[in-house]
Design a protein around this ligand. Structure first.
Ligand SMILES: Cc1cc2nc3c(=O)[nH]c(=O)nc-3n(C[C@H](O)[C@H](O)[C@H](O)COP(=O)(O)O)c2cc1C
Length: 311
């Protein structure tokens, strides 16, 4: 290090800490190719691990949308308004078997300043007791409920419109389904449910999970799970949009999960509650608990909700 650099670091001693923050991962990171400071351990790890296991994200992005000129992609896009596509969208509600489902109360009409809600939203990690069923239903409705429709020009007896949801979806496929783990919602039994947007109802997945299982499912870091109310798992159904978009369908699903999550958080804030997105969920455990195969149906995001606005 030359004299000027030494002097600079002496005057800005705290910079050392930021270097330490960004380089400490070299000791534990398996991604030796991308770490800045290569200790002998990391170089060794790289030989065994990183070369054959580079960032899958990098591979994905390098292969993402390389095919805009391909005929199949163009045909797929141009067929968005083809009659068979429109009819299949118009009959999508048939996918929801309402036998034994729980009808949710109508969503509240929220009157809150939009700017204030946007400014007030913060990730909340300290909660305080249950949320009433009506507010739970309101959060679900504004996250992914049916908020409008598109009329078909040539209607059929039982297919005359396409229902549209609160959040956008590439090609109108809506490949992200919402699963709810509920343990503190007044008026709703503890259980795991799937939200049916077309019928604004819940399908019971299971109602028999133990406190230990809940801790495994949703107990993360500093959040005391017993004080929170419910969590939302965003489940990507791979084959719903990938037959049209190929691997790009996955990127769309991540985007759509983010749009749903933001709607959910803003609604939660507007109602006076709090939520926190969770990246550190245990994917395989959550998928097992939700009864998903982890192949065609995968959990791609997770949020915890509760009563309380303490950050
Ligand atoms: C994809 C994603 C994953 C996150 N994972 C976690 C998490 O595992 N634990 C946590 O406490 N916060 C998590 N957060 C919340 C962020 O820490 C938080 O959004 C950030 O610190 C900014 O603060 P704010 O949301 O209050 O504005 C996550 C946020 C996102 C978008």
């Amino acid at each position: 290090m030359d004299g000027a650099a030494k002097k600079y670091l002496q005057e800005h001693n705290y910079y050392r800490e930021t270097i330490s923050m960004s380089s400490q991962y070299t000791l534990i990171s398996p991604y030796a190719d991308t770490t800045v400071v290569r200790t002998p351990e990391v170089t060794l790890k790289g030989i065994y691990h990183s070369r054959s296991n580079r960032f899958i994200g990098e591979e994905y992005l390098l292969n993402f949308r390389t095919y805009s000129a391909r005929l199949d992609f163009r045909i797929g896009i141009s067929r968005f308004r083809a009659r068979d596509a429109l009819l299949s969208f118009a009959m999508r509600d048939r996918k929801e078997d309402t036998t034994g489902t729980i009808k949710l109360p109508k969503a509240k009409n929220i009157r809150a300043s939009f700017s204030s809600v946007l400014q007030a939203r913060r990730s909340v990690r300290v909660f305080d007791g249950p949320i009433p069923l009506e507010d739970f239903a309101t959060i679900l409705y504004y996250s992914q409920g049916i908020t409008g429709y598109l009329k078909l020009r040539d209607k059929e007896v039982d297919a005359d419109k396409i229902m549209l949801h609160a959040t956008p979806s590439g090609g109108g496929f809506y490949p992200v389904r919402l699963y709810l783990v509920v343990w503190n919602v007044t008026g709703l039994d503890r259980g795991i449910y799937e939200y049916f947007p077309h019928h604004h109802s819940l399908r019971v997945v299971r109602q028999d999970y133990t406190s230990q299982e809940l801790e495994m499912l949703a107990g993360f870091g500093e959040i005391d799970i017993n004080t929170a109310a419910f969590s939302m798992a965003y489940v990507y159904e791979l084959y719903t949009n990938s037959h049209k978009y190929g691997d790009a369908g996955m990127a769309y699903a991540f985007i759509e999960a983010g749009e749903i999550a933001e709607n959910a958080q803003l609604t939660t804030t507007a109602l006076g509650y709090g939520a926190c997105d969770i990246g550190g969920y245990n994917k395989q455990t959550v998928e097992r608990q939700l009864g998903l195969d982890g192949i065609s149906k995968q959990v791609i995001h997770f949020t915890i909700f509760g009563n309380g606005g303490v950050v």
